[in-house]
Design a binder for this molecule. Structure first.
Ligand SMILES: Cc1cc2nc3c(=O)[nH]c(=O)nc-3n(C[C@H](O)[C@H](O)[C@H](O)COP(=O)(O)OP(=O)(O)OC[C@H]3O[C@@H](n4cnc5c(N)ncnc54)[C@H](O)[C@@H]3O)c2cc1C
Ligand SMILES: NC(=O)c1ccc[n+]([C@@H]2O[C@H](COP(=O)([O-])OP(=O)(O)OC[C@H]3O[C@@H](n4cnc5c(N)ncnc54)[C@H](O)[C@@H]3O)[C@@H](O)[C@H]2O)c1
Length: 470
């Protein structure tokens, strides 16, 4: 049996980041990956979705041009085949870049098969041709990612796609029900609607993209509702028909060519036979992972990325891969695991306008200790010039420390505002100090300043001096 210091399961973003650090420390490692290489992000996630969104936004922008004196845009047409070709070509480029480091690994370190535990230190690898091999490792990093949730009854219905299959299509569909209006459903639903696909959105919860602030929710329903009809509080059921799929929700039903099931993602740990390694699962069917060390409690096994079932986003997957690798290196040197603190939480949907949050969400606040500042962009110069002056920022600050604790928004160029807010949140800068930072004119950031000023009025007894004392 092969013996190594470290085995990494999963060649995704978390596994890749871990591998980069492990390689610097030891040559005694294997990487085990089932199926294709190229990462979820590059192949079926962040990147193809952003290509599609870019095309949709560019096309939608044309609607704003006649008022600026640009004529002839009504001649523009969407060629669905060319759109999907562009998405696939760009995607293949991103995948190629991601695969290169794996291709450079020697064959005996790069095992293309499915891993599962035999015991605490032993993994069995099953290859596509049915062969098996066992590897014994002192330390193990599990980074097997997640997969789309698809109810068993939906799996055999023709016309049901998930984000794993959506980008493979030769052309755009004609009529689609997007079921699940989380980040994936909302991003893809809005993009295809803007490209002329008839879209209906159905969501079981009473909100979109996890928004918890009631005012941001209302604004999002209004603005996203311009692109396609949204039905909230409805769990959909499907039936196969001769021409497509019948979607039943509440009292209604519609027939569509395609259903995009965007019901969330499930961690892939359940395929790894963790019980053979003596790992006990909690009531959520997950092992107890210490998120400050990424170690499964009292074991030689670490988990990183979507597999943790926590924050299924790329920079978090990479950080978790880093933390797992640092601690594996510590363990190989007989050291105790080091504890690391997560960055300020940040989440965004690349819808138009962008939807997102940083720090704490509204639902997590204690209203007795919080002041809320807001702004809706209506009167600001630059958004008006851009014809993108609708949105709502809501910022939450602690009345005692006078620092931001979080915020939610639907805002033009919100992706940038959210970054700036997450940075000052992580650096624990007081609201008055943020107002003393430079704000260029004319800019979207001036909208942030209006919301901060609104907050400052509630936090301080006197007007804030918005200049830095010499
Ligand atoms: C449509 C979509 C859009 C997204 N957009 C964004 C975005 O804009 N921004 C953002 O931050 N995040 C986005 N994400 C999320 C992001 O893609 C993921 O958080 C990230 O890719 C997770 O990386 P990972 O390393 O955990 O898993 P993955 O990249 O999925 O890697 C896991 C690997 O492990 C392999 N594996 C699984 N089980 C086994 C096993 N038993 N044995 C061996 N190998 C195994 C898998 O085959 C896979 O290769 C998006 C996701 C989707 C689906
Ligand atoms: N921009 C980004 O960063 C980005 C983009 C896409 C995906 N992602 C990541 O991928 C993860 C998965 O995305 P997702 O959108 O699939 O998951 P999600 O958990 O965000 O949303 C799934 C939605 O489906 C709903 N739902 C579940 N079952 C349903 C049913 N039967 N009928 C109607 N609605 C139902 C849920 O209530 C939920 O709102 C996200 O958590 C996110 O971290 C990130």
């Amino acid at each position: 049996m092969r013996q190594v210091d470290v085995a990494i399961v999963g060649a995704g973003s978390a596994g890749y980041t871990a591998l980069g650090l492990i390689k610097q420390h030891t040559d005694s490692f294997v990487l085990i990956n089932e199926g294709w290489y190229g990462t979820t992000c590059a192949k079926v996630g962040c990147m193809p979705s952003k290509v599609l969104i870019q095309i949709a936004d560019d096309f939608d922008r044309l609607k704003k041009l006649p008022v600026e004196g640009i004529e002839g845009v009504d001649q523009a047409r969407v060629n669905g085949e060319a759109v999907m070709k562009r998405v696939q070509t760009m995607r293949d480029g991103f995948v190629e870049k991601t695969i290169t480091p794996w291709q450079k690994l020697p064959a005996d370190k790069n095992l293309n098969g499915r891993a599962a535990f035999i015991d605490t230190n032993t993994l069995e690898i099953t290859y596509a041709d049915g062969r098996t091999e066992q590897v014994q490792a002192k330390q193990i990093i599990l980074a097997p990612g997640s997969r789309p949730v698809l109810p068993p009854l939906w799996q055999d219905i023709e016309g049901v796609v998930t984000s794993d299959t959506f980008f493979e299509q030769a052309s755009l569909p004609k009529k689609v029900a997007v079921i699940g209006l989380g980040v994936i459903g909302l991003e893809l639903g809005q993009a295809i609607a803007r490209l002329g696909v008839e879209v209906v959105g159905i969501e079981m919860a009473d909100t979109l993209a996890g928004i918890s602030d009631p005012e941001v929710r209302s604004k999002a329903l209004e603005l996203i509702g311009h692109d396609f009809p949204l039905y909230l509080g409805q769990a959909a059921q499907l039936e196969s028909t001769e021409n497509g799929v019948k979607v039943n929700f509440g009292e209604q039903s519609i027939e569509v060519d395609q259903v995009l099931a965007a019901l969330g993602r499930r961690p892939n740990l359940d395929t790894l036979k963790l019980a053979n390694a003596g790992i006990v699962l909690n009531e959520r069917g997950m092992p107890d992972i210490d998120l400050s060390t990424m170690r499964i409690k009292s074991s030689n096994i670490y988990v990183a990325g979507d597999a943790t079932g926590q924050k299924a986003i790329l920079h978090e997957a990479a950080d978790e891969g880093r933390i797992a690798a640092y601690n594996v290196i510590q363990a190989l040197q007989q050291g105790e695991p080091k504890h690391y603190q997560a960055r300020t939480e940040l989440g965004m949907a690349f819808t138009h306008p962008n939807i997102g949050f940083f720090g704490k969400r509204f639902v997590e606040l204690d209203p007795n200790h919080i002041a809320i500042g807001s702004y809706n962009f209506n009167m600001l110069g630059r958004p008006r010039v851009m014809q993108e002056f609708e949105g709502l920022i809501r910022l939450y600050a602690d009345k005692t420390s006078k620092c931001l604790v979080g915020g939610e928004m639907i805002a033009p160029r919100g992706e940038h505002l959210l970054h700036q807010l997450a940075w000052v949140h992580q650096l624990k800068v007081e609201v008055a100090e943020i107002l003393r930072l430079p704000f260029y004119h004319p800019n979207i950031e001036e909208g942030l300043r209006v919301a901060l000023r609104d907050l400052a009025k509630q936090l301080y007894n006197e007007p804030v001096e918005e200049v830095v004392k010499a």
